[in-house]
Design a protein around this ligand. Sequence first.
Ligand code: ARG
Length: 590
Amino acid sequence: MASVPSLASTVQQRLADALTATLPEAGSADPLLRRSDRADFQANGILALAKKLKGNPRELAAKVTDAISADDQADDLFDGIEVSGPGFLNITLTDRAIVRALAARAADDRLGVPLAPAPGTTVIDYAQPNVAKEMHVGHLRSAVIGDAMVRILEFTGEKVVRRHHIGDWGTQFGMLIQYLTEHPHELDHESGAEVSGEEAMSNLNRLYKASRALFDSDEEFKARSRDRVVALQSGDERTLALWQRFVDESKIYFYSVFDKLDMEIADPDVVGESGYNDMLEETCRILEETGVAVRSEGALCVFFDDVKGPDGNPVPLIVRKSNGGYGYAATDLSAIRDRVHHLGADTLLYVVDARQSLHFKMVFETARRAGWLNERTHAVQLAFGTVLGKDGKPFKTREGETVRLVDLLDEAVERAAAVVREKNEDLSEDEVAERAAQVGIGAIKYADLSTSASRDYKFDLDQMVSLNGDTSVYLQYAYARIRSILRKAGDARPAAHPELPLAPAERALGLHLDQFAEVLAEVAESYEPHKLAAYLYQLASHLTTFYAQCSVLGADTPEQRENRLFLCELTGRTLHQGMELLGIRTPERL
Ligand code: ARG
């Protein structure tokens, strides 16, 4: 494992050193380096510095250029540095420097990506469906974005603890459990028979509908259901056992959906709302004793100066209702205590719908006042927008019902199968099915991950499985094409040849490849996986241009062929690694 500094960071360092050497009085000045169309990089920092020192920027820029050129004997990084405009530096690197940097990346398993210098522990709350309820597209977003963040953070060396905060508690269980008490065999399975996720969900739906109908029509059943809630909350054993059956049946369903999503969810990480029941009373006691929460109209509340209702009255966070019941907030506050004090979290990351932002704002502020969150331990909501239908309205079926997640996944895979079949007529049905799953599920994940999470996005399967444009299929296709070239290369092996001149498309591809580590660092820091998706899409686009302009197998010399194969191979590894971090497969053939 050897981390490889990016060319950008090497250039940046070299410029900063030259600035200090030329102008010791400048202290440590930032050369403000960025990629540029005119040259490889442009540095704009000299302007501000000259202004500060009341000097002439072009003269200063010329001095810095001289200092760098005098110093550049050792590894000939720079091909040219030109002063341009009012005092910018346009910087071009040598082809040698680019190929050497890429060779160093290729020699490393991690493509030269460094581990975080001071990794901590992040507890990430994602993929949190609700017991006895169908999963919908909102749950898809949390799962997909959360899974990508887990992978990305772990890759940087962060310790990640997953928490699937499933909705497994609440008054709605009174009705369900009461119904099951009165119809005891409704959730029985033939002994030893494997229940599918689909069956589990339809059992739960049937029970839900039947108990709801009874609840709405039969006052006595309603009363018995209410008593059942009390029994559940007071921990009555028989009631808890029945509740557990609903949880277990739901888990069969959840796991089948996650499996379809090609996602691993481990049982110990599923710690639902009920997991914090034992802490609720204490959480309330601490909040009240420290004065963070106060009694208001019988309820235990936390008030905020900046949270007011439409009537101008403050809207509190209710930690305990006036009837003594605990709600969503008490659970989340207890979960924070658990995650900070028992799991040792430095960061709490919540991948939750933006419509819950006010809730989390109040919960985090409460936890901060209580001292559970502080400068060392902080909480962030990675808030995501709403999934819209093609009509731009929240995604619903024609009948106005929420769309079943499974139906969407199945449809994506079906469409992908059509694409796969069309491209490869000689595949067996098993092969088609395997690839269609990788393509279809990848398409859904990529569509979600390639737009900024905070934005709403339109769920459009036609666009998602398209071979053209910013889709996972395009990226998977780019990867498969690389693999095919490497297979066809026969005896010719990829090898870096720094002594060869590079064509413009090779340089552009090479410089982009070199940015992988920097992009990942930014994505891990800002929790913005869409920037990784954008990077990968650009990478595939550079590859397309490179193919069009540079023949790989038909290169002029054996060395050039090896060098181009080397570029292909490194691009393939980078695509594969990047897609893996997004949770998307890259089949060898497509
Ligand atoms: N189960 C909730 C829902 O379906 C999401 C839970 C979010 N996590 C949390 N700690 N509150 O909307």
